[in-house]
Each structure stands twice: as C-alpha cells, then as structure tokens.
Ligand binder design. Structure first.
Ligand SMILES: Cc1cc2nc3c(=O)[nH]c(=O)nc-3n(C[C@H](O)[C@H](O)[C@H](O)COP(=O)(O)O)c2cc1C
Length: 354
C-alpha cells in the first residue's frame, strides 16, 4: 500500500493550486500547471494571468520581492481596483478606421504612449534580466526606463540597446553625492537621453511585510534632507533633462512645471513606499481642479495598477502623455504588450470619480 500513497501525494502536490489574490476571474484554468514551471504562454491572455503565472513559477521569495507593497497594501489595491469607479464614454460618429498609437515623449517618437517603468532586479525573474526588457521595448517601439537598482550595470543595459533605440534612465537621490555624481555621469556617457529622478522615498522607508518575511534588507541610502531647492541644484549635476518621479500632489506637479522641468511623473511607486497614498486618477483630477494650466506647460506621465488598454485610455483622457503598465508582470516576462489595443476615442467623465 505505501508506494501507492506516496505516488498519489507527489501527483497532488505537482498540480498548481494558486491563490489569485482577488484578481478578476478571466476563466484562467491552472489545473494542468506544474508549480515551479512556466505554464504555456498560450494560457495567458492578459496581465492578470501573467501575474498568476509568475506566482506559479518564481520562488516564493522572488515573487514576494516583486509583488510586495507597503503596510496593509491599501494603495496597492486601490491602484488595481480604483478603475471600477471610472466610466469611459465614447463618441459614436467618429472615423476610427485609421488610427495609430504613436506619440512623442520628451520629443522622441515612440509607437505607443505606454512604457516600461523602472523596476529593480529583473534578474530575480530571468537570467536575461534588464536585457530582456531592452529587447522587448525595442521590438515594440516603446520606451524603457531601467532602474538604478537593476541586476545589470548601466553599461550592460546601454550595450543591449538596438540601433537608434532611445532609453531614459532612473536614479535615486542618494545621500552619498559622490555615488550620485558618478552614476549621473555614467548614465549620460552611455547614451541615455533623460534622467527619471525618483523623489518619493527620500527619508521614507517603505515597510513591506511580505518581503520582510524573506529578507530584512530594504532600500537605503536615500537623502532625507532632500528639498525643492536640492532638486533645482541637482539640475547642475547633469546636462540631461530631469523628470521627477513619484510626485503625488497637484501642488508638486505645479511646482515642477514652474521650475521648468520638461515632464513630471505622477506615481505612488506601486504602493510600495507609503500606504494610503492617492492613485494617479485622483491626483490628475486634483491637477485639473487646481492647476489646469499645467497640462499646457509640461508633460505629465503616470502609473499605478495599469493593466488594461482602458486604464491607459483613462489616464490619457485625463491629460497624461505617457503611462507605465503594471510592473510585476513585465519583469516576469519581459514582454511589454498584452496584445490589447483599442481604436475607439474615449473620454472620462471626471464627475464619476469623486
Ligand atoms: C518590483 C518593483 C521594483 C521597483 N523598483 C523601482 C525602482 O527601482 N525605482 C523606481 O523609481 N520605481 C520602482 N518601482 C516602481 C515602478 O517604477 C512603478 O512606479 C510602479 O510599479 C507602478 O505601479 P504598478 O506596479 O501598479 O504598475 C518598482 C516597482 C516594482 C513592482
């Protein structure tokens, strides 16, 4: 009897039984999947599926690293589900037979208004690490902004670029100014065209319980003395255009516009830094209410929970120029496009979101 029981146990543990974390039920059937093995790509038809595939395939520690957010993850959840409060409407009598998604970001042409945002350590998902994302962005004609906390070096990522591929690079505000200047110089020397400066974790340490279970290490070294004056002074450390990332109030959007920055990037860092922070939709609505002139002054980029073309359309309709699509899934697959596009002109009724 014993060998039979043994084989039955192995058979049961190999089949994937995955907690889908409250994501929309899109009919995904994981019953034939094997835990720890990448499922057939044909099973995955949207970014929710890809998250579940990542959960099935990555080690628990690596999944936790990508998936984690701060405290009770209220902001993380709001990013994903605040779209439920949006109503998109479209005009019926518009010729949409010849549309394209092309846009410019800081004057550079791209094939779509969505991009791959900075996310640390792509190498925890695949040995190809950030190089995969450079290649995917190039194939899709979209922008990639590698993180300064990447698995690969600034130089390795730059070397993976295709002919004429335009990339920007992310940087943190380190308190160690020698390190900061060294990285800024390397980013400029290796051909990145703009600097995305993350300003949302100076003096704040995101407390991420899920990740803490596997590692006590966290981001550190960020400059807690950072002010708007330091931001202005930082413009003297590089000749690249600087785009402040992680701006969360209409007031700060306006401040960046008045200081002459070419773009500002509204983001709550995927809910990973401060819990209870507002979503991009809420912040954009504040900008409309308080400083509507800003949309003619400066490019506004945005992210947070963007998984569907309808989410991209919502943010575009609210005045954003460039939008990052949800990060965990991109890291896992290095494939920026979900295959979902829309040719319908939409507008958002802001009054539905109050
Ligand atoms: C695994 C992971 C790592 C990240 N690393 C960085 C980083 O190094 N620098 C940064 O500015 N933002 C980082 N972010 C935040 C993203 O750039 C982006 O703002 C956020 O993921 C958007 O929310 P979303 O994940 O819901 O799309 C990271 C996000 C994730 C999920």
């Amino acid at each position: 009897m014993r060998p039979v029981v043994f084989f039955l146990t192995i058979g049961l543990s190999a089949a994937a039984d995955i907690d889908t974390e409250g994501l929309p039920n899109t009919g995904l059937d994981t019953s034939s999947w094997t835990t720890g093995t990448a499922p057939p790509i044909d099973d995955l038809v949207n970014l929710h599926d890809i998250q579940i595939a990542a959960k099935n395939t990555l080690s628990a520690a690596n999944y936790a690293y990508y998936r984690t957010a701060a405290l009770d993850e209220v902001t993380y959840q709001n990013n994903l589900f605040a779209w439920n409060k949006i109503r998109l409407n479209g005009f019926s009598f518009t010729d949409v037979s010849d549309v394209n998604l092309k846009t410019t970001i800081l004057g550079y042409e791209f094939d779509a208004p969505f991009f791959i945002a900075p996310a640390a350590k792509a190498g925890r998902a695949d040995d190809g690490a950030e190089g995969n994302l450079v290649g995917a962005a190039n194939a899709a004609g979209i922008l990639y902004i590698p993180s300064i906390s990447s698995t690969q070096s600034i130089e390795e990522i730059a070397a993976a670029a295709g002919d004429d591929q335009v990339m920007f690079h992310q940087e943190y505000v380190w308190s160690n100014k020698t390190r900061l200047q060294d990285e800024l110089t390397r980013i400029e020397d290796t051909g990145f065209k703009a600097l995305v400066l993350t300003v949302d974790n100076t003096g704040i340490q995101g407390i991420r319980n899920w990740q803490e279970r596997y590692s006590s290490s966290n981001d550190n070294g960020h400059d807690a003395t950072f002010t708007i004056q330091s931001l202005s002074e930082l413009q003297n450390m590089t000749s690249l255009p600087i785009v402040p990332k992680g701006v969360k109030t209409a007031h700060d959007v306006k401040l960046c516009a008045d200081l002459g920055f070419p773009a500002v990037y509204i983001s709550n860092h995927g809910g990973r830094v401060v819990d209870l922070a507002p979503t991009a939709v809420e912040i954009l609505l504040d900008v409309h209410r308080l400083y509507p002139e800003v949309f003619n002054q400066i490019e506004i980029w945005a992210d947070g929970g963007v998984r569907r073309a309808t989410h991209v359309l919502t943010l575009l309709a609210l005045g954003a120029r460039a939008i990052n699509t949800r990060q965990v899934e991109l890291d896992y697959f290095g494939a920026p496009l979900s295959g979902e596009t829309s040719s319908t002109p939409y507008y958002v009724s802001a009054s539905t979101y109050t």
